[in-house]
Design a protein. Structure first.
Length: 254
């Protein structure tokens, strides 16, 4: 089992993985805050066809004049009108404007988006559950926060698998020399990450008996991650590459 996963991990944890994956969006930037902003947005919008996700993210980048952090911190009220036409599936202009508002509020007080995930974090935590719960509360700590936008920011408190935010955390936290994940955050540890439970990963994990729980929820994501820790306790979510790759190769349907 470990040999199979390690081989798949090495195959897909390569720079050529980037171009067809939403992670290509933050990879088009060098400033830390730009990487964080567009990494978070690309992860949140990551449902549907990957080509469409990438195109919608590029549309957002263009709307922010190709400088997300600078736009967020320095835009005028009139600059927001052009976002009224932005939509991706159920993510609409109301959500977009609130995201811009959140980023402005956060970066006015903190240098990095990592700080938003540290509000509920302690180094002794087994995983990022508490960090994600408090991040959700912090994200919506605004009396004008739209109720409809809450569905786009998952939380373990509602037993969501939180696959998109877990994917974003993988991008920001994991460190290796392959150049796919960024590893620009230092406080949250790779050993505390939870594997993103998308449809490919879930299907393959069940096929390999790494996941027995029937639901697709937070407890299932933790169960899978704990099994993956048997193969690498310090970096279990590196096998996200392996499981995703095996899913693309239709291993699960064989």
């Amino acid at each position: 089992m470990k040999e199979l996963l390690d081989q798949s991990f090495k195959k897909y944890n390569q720079p050529n993985f980037i171009q067809d994956d939403p992670i290509c969006i933050p990879h088009s930037f060098s400033k830390k805050q730009d990487i964080e902003i567009m990494g978070f947005w690309a992860a949140v919008l990551a449902w549907g066809q990957r080509k469409t996700i990438i195109n919608k993210c590029r549309e957002l980048v263009a709307l922010m004049d190709h400088a997300p952090y600078d736009f967020i911190m320095n835009h005028e009220e009139s600059d927001l009108e052009k976002f009224l036409s932005f939509k991706h599936r159920t993510f609409n202009d109301i959500d977009t404007l609130y995201f811009l508002s959140f980023f402005k509020r956060h970066y006015s007080n903190y240098e990095s988006l990592e700080d938003a995930f540290l509000l509920g974090y302690t180094p002794s935590d087994e995983n990022v559950e508490n960090a994600l719960i408090q991040f959700h509360n912090y994200f919506f700590d605004d009396e004008d926060a739209p109720q409809r936008t809450r569905k786009h920011i998952a939380t373990p408190q509602r037993n969501s698998a939180c696959k998109r935010i877990n994917m974003f955390l993988r991008w920001m936290v994991r460190k290796d020399d392959k150049g796919v994940d960024f590893g620009i955050w230092d406080t949250i540890q790779p050993s505390q990450l939870i594997c993103p439970l998308d449809v490919h990963v879930e299907r393959v994990s069940r096929k390999l008996k790494l996941l027995e729980r029937k639901q697709s929820d937070w407890k299932s994501a933790v169960e899978l991650t704990n099994h993956l820790k048997q193969f690498d306790a310090q970096d279990p979510v590196k096998y996200d590459f392996a499981l995703f790759g095996l899913g693309l190769e239709k291993f699960a349907s064989s």
